[in-house]
Design a protein around this ligand. Structure first.
Ligand SMILES: Nc1ncnc2c1ncn2[C@@H]1O[C@H](COP(=O)(O)OP(=O)(O)OP(=O)(O)O)[C@@H](O)[C@H]1O
Length: 255
């Protein structure tokens, strides 16, 4: 299977702290890959580096074969590498559906000249976006909440909306930072089935997650970081019995 993300010798220091240290790994296209490790291992920093929010000190990041480590976060996102974000405060006053319709960039209707001169084209585009938004809401199971105000959703439903906003942009690779954190057990099950569905629709998923049940059930491959480095990569069962991984989670105490 082809690699969609390739990371080579990636490093980033914050003052005296080497947050990411010569990190190397790759993610296969169409996979669900887990990224785990103890607190402070460097997982979120790695996501920030890959999505262009933080610049690496050295190393390479390739997305679908193309170097992206010098690109802005906006350019990385436009290539199809997206990450979820919390719903901004202003958007919480809008409905779920409106939140999705705001995602597509460069809409004709954004330009007053187009609205006045190309009304038919603007309406066609709006109709198309509405159709895509309804499909995305169906996929994440939020169709019934389409006209609800985003602020009134539960914590888990807000996570689904964050995911839905990402899907509107038709990503190829989606980075999810602790998608099940603060979500109740019933909704975690739903979220897992949604993530499988999203993956089956062709989106590669790279997931940081502390819930090991989620990692074990969802991921075909798991990458383990500790102190800025990748210390193991393999199937969930191989990772579970890896001595170095167990030691990292036990704080360096031999098991
Ligand atoms: N902007 C920053 N400035 C200074 N230090 C930072 C910065 N971002 C991260 N760090 C430090 O880098 C190290 C790695 O942090 P990071 O958040 O990447 O780890 P993590 O594996 O995501 O941890 P957790 O699971 O607790 O979220 C930590 O020691 C953290 O304090």
């Amino acid at each position: 299977m082809k690699e969609i993300l390739e990371i080579k010798c990636l490093s980033r220091r914050f003052g005296g702290l080497q947050a990411v240290n010569k990190c190397e790994f790759s993610v296969r296209a169409h996979s669900i890959t887990g990224l785990v490790g103890p607190n402070g291992a460097g997982k979120s920093t790695l996501f920030n580096l890959v999505s262009g929010f933080v610049r690496p000190d050295s190393g390479e990041i390739r997305f679908a074969g193309e170097r992206i480590d010098t690109l802005s976060a906006h350019s990385v996102a436009r290539l199809g590498l997206r990450r979820t974000f919390q719903i901004p405060r202003e958007l919480k006053q809008m409905t779920v559906l409106e939140n999705l319709l705001l995602v597509p960039e460069n809409q004709f209707g954004d330009r007053i000249v187009s609205v006045l001169s190309q009304g038919k084209r603007v309406r066609e585009e709006e109709g198309k976006n509405l159709q895509i938004a309804r499909g995305v809401l169906e996929m994440v199971g939020l169709s019934e909440k389409a006209t609800h105000q985003a602020a009134l959703l539960s914590g888990g439903q807000k996570k689904l909306l964050e995911l839905a906003r990402c899907l509107m942009a038709k990503p190829k690779l989606l980075l999810l930072d602790e998608p099940t954190a603060g979500v109740n057990p019933t909704l975690i099950r739903h979220l897992m089935s949604v993530l499988r569905r999203v993956n089956e629709s062709g989106v590669t998923l790279l997931i940081i997650e502390h819930n090991m049940t989620v990692i074990m059930e969802l991921c075909e491959r798991v990458i383990v970081m500790d102190r800025g480095q990748v210390i193991a990569a393999g199937s969930p069962s191989a990772i579970q019995s890896n001595k170095q991984v167990l030691e990292a989670y036990l704080g360096g105490v031999s098991a």
